[in-house]
Every structure is written in structure tokens, then in C-alpha cells.
Write a protein that binds this ligand. Structure first.
Ligand code: ADP
Ligand code: MG
Length: 699
């Protein structure tokens, strides 16, 4: 067995109790784990602060000086031991709250010490509680490293005596016990191309760097490696799936597609739409199963692309399904698609949580005997009882809500899995797409239909409300329609519901009948009531739609030209962008008002500014990532794959791109990793299979 797989209990100075604590608190089990347990920062041990130049904060620092006196101060509970510590510039106090006698016996008066610890300030005076002390002569002798690694730790470990010093000693012990070089995990060609240092050197330097330059090189090398192996696993999964899993062969584009394209398309497709349809058509014609992500900004026209692709499936005698994240959206898709599909005599059904038992039975039957061509629905489509005669293509309109597991469920519906196309509602940042969807192929619609005017976005506070209302009346007088959206955050839904109803009442006073008609839509309504209210708005019978975020995704009323978002500071950027995307769909100039209180957090302010400045979803997504961090954007479900030991999705974007390109290139040129220079990859991957959370996540 690999020596690096040795349990930590066998490392000198560890023992069963410490081994248990390290496992419980830091998930460190083996030599390998400890070796890859990287410091999160370093302290420059060559730097000493004069006492009269101490930083006015709680920094951890090093000072050279002498203890000149020791005293005990009585306090409420027990005693405190205080040492006066002087250098040639001034004096301060060192303080101990426990373990006095033992420490007292060690301390030497008037000898040169190097002390290290966290500064504490009280009434303008500095002290250092529980400093680490070393006689200067010993310090000089022991000083082999100028950077002092600080490892992530926990309260419990510190209380149990596993201090930074103890962890450092364990790592030193481990590094010294391994006299041979640690084996290389990256191909020589890559090391040369990116001028990366060896694994051996990187591991030694990351723990005990000689200087800043060496540390930076070590970090670069290890970050690259971390990204590279994440990408290797994702891309490999894609490659292996293509090798192993046969897919339905869509050989032709037939009469359904062609007739629809020729006779019923309401507009000319954009070049980007044409390009992605071609990409996807080719992918479905290889005999391998397609797994693809389709990204496009809000309003870029993903739905029509989905429809045309489903027609290709039907042309090849297969069925297709379209899965939406909410019932409202599923209904919308159903209404608009069934109207279009009727023109070419195709049958389509809607299946959601509120489909009646009777309807459900007839849908099940239609799917099984093949009479139904297309099924549109919510996650109800994933249920085991829903079986198709021959499902060829599944399109998932995703709002980061469907997990990988649910997508995989579609596979079990027939012997051979359908082609899968995942569409995201708003763009997601490139680095996240490469991670969370890194095992999928990618198509991007990078163009909006012609004639779209950018939505004018304005940030207003409650003080401006009357002016905003006056503006709404002007727009309504011009024949336009208005959305007014209230936040709905699940945990406090009762309160939010009250906000919505209060808002509705006050609007009814400002916009009285019969001049104005208002629709209302929220999650607690019965679905037939929702459909009714939505329909009234779609037909222009009401001018104002008051709603919670149930309208967030996909609702499409091109005459609506104003979006008012109440308590906009409570929405995330992608939600705001998605909501704003509900307007600007027609030929008229559209507007979006972000209504907030007058006091905003800095982050909320940034969100409002980003929205007023930019209409570009990909750009907004990047800001969102910087503000919230990867885990919050993708949700906990995907967070496993977003945990990196050293790499950073935000700061190291270019490195991730390089790592992905290299993984793609290598697997393209040498899919079975036969090349001699790729043996290290093979070895590392098989070791990773045993302990990587990435693998658990993606399989
Ligand atoms: P999203 O990508 O956000 O799902 P949709 O598919 O809902 O966008 O399309 C937004 C609107 O643009 C719809 O009204 C749709 O009919 C229209 N549309 C889509 N493609 C084009 C095009 N090529 N030219 C003109 N309008 C288009
Ligand atoms: Mg859409």
C-alpha cells in the first residue's frame, strides 16, 4: 500500500487521542490528508515589531524584548498573572489567565525573548494574552523557516492542546519522515508549459516556505493541480459516458421540423439560435447520449430552440419532454407550445402536482402507447409512474433546482437514456458552469433577438413612490401593462404574504376601479385561480399584475413594459435580472424600478448599482459570484464540488480555464491515458476515486 495512506495515529507524536480529534475536527485521517492540509496564512518570522509601533488591531505578531517583572493580580474568579515586557522602544503586558505556576517557573527575568501572539488593546494599552515565548538564542537556533504557517483549526482542538505549534510539528515530522521525493502528479509537458514547480517542492514549500516568491510558486502549482484534477474527473466522466452509453440516433430532420420552420415560425431565428440548434442536432446524431447545457441570457429565446429540438425528436419517432421549475412556468410553456404544436397536429399534455388523477391516468396511457408526443410539466414528470413509449429528448428548464439525481432519474424511463438538455434561467458565471456543469457539453446563445431595447432601470426609494405611481399611470394610459413584484422568502412567508396583501390594498386605492384592473398572483393560491389571474393579464383585461416571485421565471407578456420590484434589496442579483427580463419583450421602451428603503447595506447598494448599470446577464452573474460566493449561488446541493483546498473560483478564474483546456486536450489526444507522460494522471485519478468528494457528487 501507498505509504501516504498510513493512518495518522502512526505518525510520531500523534497517538490515538490526537488522531481521533484530527479526524473529527478537521477530517484528517491519513498522511496524505495531513500533507494536503494547507495553511490558510503565514506569519513572517523575520519581522519584529518595536513596541512603540505596534499595529492598532488584533494582529498576530512577533516582538523581541525582555521580561522585567512578574506580578499576580486578583480578579473575580482566580488570579491573573501579568509580566511586564520591554524592548528599547517601550513596554507592554503579557497576560496569563491559567496555568500560572508552571509558566512562572519557566520564565526568565531579563533575558532576551522572542514572543508571538495576538495583540489585545484596552484603553489605548497593548497586551498579549497567552503568548508563545522562546528564548532568543533558541529562536535563532530553531529558525529554519522565515514563514510561520497558520493552519485552519477549531476551538476544540485548541482547548485540547492541539495548538498551531503542535500541528506544525506534526507536519515537520511527516515531511522529515518522507525522505524521498513525493511523486509527481502532473505531466512534464504541463509543468514545462506553465512553468510549474514539482509536486515535491510545492508540498514542502506550501507548509514551510523559504520566502514569498517560493510560496507563490507553490500555491500556483497546487491550485493548478486542484483545478486540473477536478476538470479531469468531470471531462473524463463526459468522455466515458460517450464511450459507454449509447444514445438514440436522431438521423434526420424531418417534416415536423421543416414544416414548422417554414410555415409557423413567427420570426427569423437569430444567428446564435441557429448555431446552437445545429450544434445540438449534430450531437443528437452521433449515436451517443447527449448531455448538454444551454446557456443564454433572459429573453435570448431558449424556448423556441427547445421547441424546434423537440420536433427533431418527433421526426425521428421519439417523444420529448420539457420540465420546468415551477407550475406557473410549466403552464406558460404548455399554453404557448400547445398553441404552436396544434398547427402541425402534434399532441402535448401538461403534468404537474395539481393534475387530477383522471387526467393523470389518461396522460400515462398516452405516453405509454405513444399517442402523446410531448409532455410538459414540473418535477412531477420525474415520478416513477410516468413511463414513456420512447422518450428521446428531455429538456430541463432549470433554476438551479433540479439536482443531478433528478436528472439521472430520467434515464430510468426507458432502457436507453434520452438526450438531456439543461437550460439555465439566468446565465451562471463561467467558473461555476465549468465546475457544477463541467461534465456537460456547452452551447451558448450569445445574442438577443433584434430590436430589443435595453430596459431602463431606476433605483428609487419609498419617498419617490408617488412619482413612480404617476409614471405607471402614464404608461397604462399608453396601453402598457405593469408588474409589481413583492419578495417571497420561504422562511417568513406569512410576513411576506402580509406585505403583498398590504401592497395590493394600497395599490387598489391609488389605482381604483373601474379605470384600473389589478390581477394578483401568489404561491398560496389554488392553481386554477393562478391560471385565471394570469390569463386575465395575458389578455390585457387587467393592467397591473401584483405578484410574488412566482412570476420570476419565464412569464411572457410582451405588452408589459414596466416592472416594479418592491423591497428590491431583499432580492439577489440573478433574481432581479430574471424579474427585469419579464419586460422589454415588446417593441416599446421598457422600465424597471427597484424600490428600496433609504438605508442600504453596502452589498445591497452594489446590487442596485449593478442593475442600473448593466443589462447583461453574464456580466451580472460575475458580480453576483463576487458578492455572494460560489456556495450561495449554486445552493447547498452543489456545494460539495465547490469546496477547494487551495484554489479559489473567484480569484483563479484564468487558472481554471487553463486547467479545463488542458484536461480537454489531453483526453481528446489520449483518451485512455496510454502516453508515458500521462501515467501520473492515471495513478492520481485512481487514487482520487477513493477519497474524492467530487466523484461522489458527479456520479
Ligand atoms: P428565454 O431565453 O428567457 O427563455 P424566451 O424563449 O421566453 O426567452 O423568449 C423571449 C421572447 O423572445 C419570446 O417572446 C419569444 O417569442 C421571442 N423570441 C425568441 N426568439 C426570437 C427571435 N429570433 N426573434 C424575435 N423574437 C424572438
Ligand atoms: Mg425561458
Amino acid at each position: 500500500m501507498d505509504a501516504m495512506q498510513t493512518a495518522l495515529v502512526y505518525l510520531k507524536g500523534v497517538g490515538p487521542e490526537r488522531a481521533r480529534l484530527l479526524k473529527e475536527e478537521l477530517q484528517l485521517r491519513t498522511y496524505q490528508d495531513l500533507l494536503h492540509f494547507f495553511p490558510n496564512r503565514y506569519i513572517d518570522r523575520s519581522r519584529f515589531y518595536p513596541i512603540n509601533e505596534l499595529p492598532q488591531n488584533n494582529a498576530e505578531i512577533q516582538i523581541k524584548g525582555r521580561i522585567t517583572a512578574i506580578s499576580f493580580v486578583q480578579q473575580k474568579r482566580g488570579k491573573r498573572m501579568v509580566a511586564t515586557f520591554k524592548d528599547h522602544t517601550g513596554q507592554m503586558e503579557l497576560v496569563w489567565f491559567r496555568g500560572h505556576q508552571w509558566i512562572r517557573d519557566q520564565l526568565k527575568i531579563n533575558e532576551d525573548y522572542v514572543i508571538f501572539g495576538r495583540l489585545n488593546w484596552f484603553k489605548g494599552k497593548a497586551s498579549m494574552p497567552h503568548p508563545e515565548l522562546e528564548l532568543e538564542q533558541n529562536f535563532q537556533k530553531n529558525l529554519k523557516i522565515s514563514f510561520y504557517p497558520i493552519y485552519p483549526s477549531t476551538e476544540k482542538l485548541i482547548n485540547k492542546g492541539i495548538s498551531q505549534k503542535v500541528i506544525q510539528k506534526m507536519v515537520v515530522q511527516l515531511l522529515q519522515s518522507q525522505s524521498q521525493a513525493f511523486s509527481e502528479t502532473l505531466p512534464t509537458a504541463l509543468l514545462n508549459q506553465y512553468k510549474l514547480i514539482s509536486k515535491n517542492e510545492a508540498l514542502r514549500q506550501i507548509h514551510f516556505p523559504n520566502d514569498q516568491h517560493k510560496l507563490t510558486r507553490a500555491q500556483l502549482r497546487l491550485k493548478f493541480e486542484e483545478f486540473f484534477y477536478m476538470q479531469m474527473q468531470l471531462v473524463l466522466k463526459n468522455v466515458q459516458r460517450k464511450q459507454k452509453i449509447k444514445g438514440h440516433l436522431f438521423e434526420k430532420v424531418g417534416s415536423y421540423f421543416n414544416n414548422f420552420f417554414r410555415d409557423h415560425l413567427a420570426f427569423e431565428l437569430t444567428e446564435a439560435q441557429k448555431r446552437v440548434i445545429k450544434e445540438i442536432r449534430l450531437d443528437m446524431g452521433t449515436g451517443r447520449q447527449m448531455n448538454r447545457l444551454l446557456q443564454g441570457d433572459v429573453g435570448s429565446g431558449k424556448t423556441i430552440v427547445a421547441l424546434l429540438l423537440m420536433l427533431i425528436a418527433i421526426d425521428n419517432d421519439y417523444q420529448a419532454c420539457l420540465v420546468a421549475p415551477t407550475e406557473i412556468l410549466a403552464q406558460q410553456h404548455y399554453q404557448s407550445l400547445s398553441a404552436q404544436l396544434k398547427k402541425i397536429n402534434l399532441t402535448v399534455a401538461l403534468l404537474t402536482g395539481s393534475t387530477t388523477k383522471k387526467e393523470r391516468e389518461s396522460i400515462h396511457q398516452g405516453l405509454q402507447n405513444g399517442e402523446l408526443n410531448i409532455l410538459i410539466g414540473t418535477h412531477a414528470v420525474f415520478e416513477d409512474t410516468v413511463q414513456f413509449k420512447q422518450l428521446g429528448l428531455a429538456i430541463i428548464d432549470e433554476q438551479h433546482r433540479f439536482g443531478v439525481a433528478q436528472r439521472a432519474k430520467l434515464w430510468q424511463k426507458n432502457e436507453m437514456p434520452p438526450h438531456v438538455l439543461v437550460m439555465t434561467a439566468t446565465p451562471i458565471p463561467r467558473t461555476l458552469a465549468m465546475s457544477v456543469y463541467g461534465d456537460l457539453d456547452l452551447s451558448v446563445i450569445d445574442e438577443l433577438p433584434p430590436g430589443r431595447k435595453t430596459v431602463k432601470t431606476l433605483h428609487r426609494t419609498d419617498a419617490n413612490r408617488l412619482k413612480v405611481f404617476a409614471f405607471l399611470k402614464e404608461q397604462i394610459a399608453l396601453g402598457r401593462q405593469v408588474y409589481i413584484v413583492y419578495p417571497l422568502i420561504q422562511e417568513s412567508s406569512k410576513l411576506d404574504y402580509k406585505d403583498l396583501m398590504d401592497g395590493y390594498e394600497s395599490l387598489s386605492r391609488s389605482f381604483p376601479t373601474p379605470d384600473y384592473q389589478i390581477s394578483i398572483l401568489h404561491g398560496q393560491m389554488k392553481s386554477e385561480d393562478k391560471a385565471y389571474e394570469m390569463e386575465r393579464f395575458v389578455q390585457g383585461k387587467t393592467q397591473i399584475m401584483v405578484a410574488t416571485t412566482v412570476i420570476e421565471v419565464g412569464v411572457n407578456v410582451s405588452n408589459a413594459s414596466v416592472m416594479v420590484i418592491e423591497s428590491a434589496e431583499r432580492f439577489g442579483l440573478s433574481q432581479l435580472h430574471q424579474l427585469r427580463g419579464r419586460v422589454g419583450r415588446g417593441a416599446d421602451q421598457s422600465y424597471c424600478f427597484l424600490m428600496t428603503g433609504s438605508k442600504l447595506s453596502r452589498e445591497a447598494q452594489t446590487r442596485m448599482e449593478t442593475m442600473t448599470k448593466s443589462n447583461a446577464g453574464f456580466e451580472i452573474a460575475e458580480v453576483d459570484l463576487r458578492l455572494r460566493g460560489p456556495g450561495n449561488i449554486m445552493g447547498t446541493q452543489q456545494s460539495g464540488i465547490l469546496q477547494f483546498k487551495i484554489a479559489d473560483l473567484i480569484q483563479d478564474q484564468a487558472l481554471l480555464k487553463a486547467a479545463r483546456d488542458q484536461a480537454l486536450r489531453i483526453l481528446k489526444e489520449d483518451a485512455s491515458l496510454k502516453n508515458a507522460d500521462h501515467q501520473c494522471i492515471k495513478r492520481t485519478l485512481s487514487a482520487l476515486k477513493f477519497d474524492s468528494n467530487i466523484w461522489n457528487f458527479i456520479s
